[in-house]
Design a protein around this ligand. Sequence first.
Ligand SMILES: NC(=O)c1ccc[n+]([C@@H]2O[C@H](COP(=O)([O-])OP(=O)(O)OC[C@H]3O[C@@H](n4cnc5c(N)ncnc54)[C@H](O)[C@@H]3O)[C@@H](O)[C@H]2O)c1
Length: 300
Amino acid sequence: MGSLEGRVCVVTGAGRGIGAAVSRMLAAEGAAVVVNDLGVAVDGTMPDNTPAQGVVNEIKAAGGNAVANYDNVADHDAAENIIRTALNEFGRLDVLVNVAGILRDRMIFNLSEEDWDAVINVHLKGTFNTSKFASIYWRQAREGNYRLINFTSVSGLYGAAGQPNYAAAKMGIIGLTYSCANALHRYGVTSNAISPAAATRMIGTIPGRENVDENDPERSPNNIAVPVTYIAGKESGWLNGWVIGAQGYNLTLMSNPEPVSQLIGSQPWTIETAGAAMERSFKPLAQSGTMYQRRQAGQA
Ligand SMILES: NC(=O)c1ccc[n+]([C@@H]2O[C@H](COP(=O)([O-])OP(=O)(O)OC[C@H]3O[C@@H](n4cnc5c(N)ncnc54)[C@H](O)[C@@H]3O)[C@@H](O)[C@H]2O)c1
């Protein structure tokens, strides 16, 4: 018996890369999996049913249980159909893993409205769309042990200069994850995000990372699938409202943002008194630490 026997999972963006690895591992542990993928190019164009169907074929050939779905997560009505596919095919839903993603990298001064909207729509709105319809089911079913697992990125956490749309979407997903952690816990749902790093076609499109070795076991998407599969199980109920980093063989519990220094006023500040106090208290902190060092080195 696998650790996920009897559980039903939906994985979006599951036809390739990390989503495919997650789907295979969930199925190998005994879960029934809806393999959703629009089958698009990295920029979100040219849909194709082949990737999702291919992963389903692999899972079935290995003795697992899976069904393909080709809907677009960015389409509100289509996202409802993704969740309904799990209910119609397998009778329930325990785990939603929102992996689907695209890239349209530009510096902010070159970024078109269309490229902003496309990336926000797939990542942020797409994660909202599926999570909303899953939460409607979970709120009614009330069996508990449900899992919402979203995908964020160091691009947002560190502020990648050439990815303003993607960085914003991925930080938006963290806010959505925290909100769902607070809103849905009473219905037995935990909500967490994964910040992955793995050798996939998506990474290969980023300037300077074209030569990524997809056969390096340390960069394998399987290393991301492991913590996702653990969180998908019933034993992970203690984890709610966190970002877990997964890179190579390292797993990281990321800190949630919290105050590092505070100036407590007893009367309105003037621009001069606020400026002087901020320079005295905040400036040494703002000019130290990893984020500042990354910016100075032009890496963030
Ligand atoms: N690979 C990394 O190192 C890395 C780093 C940080 C974050 N991420 C995130 O991990 C996730 C997976 O990335 P990946 O590297 O496996 O990329 P990938 O390009 O290999 O896979 C993404 C999949 O999402 C699908 N997809 C795109 N738009 C869709 C839509 N509207 N509806 C349904 N499916 C859609 C694509 O067809 C593709 O199969 C993404 O959310 C990405 O932002 C990846």
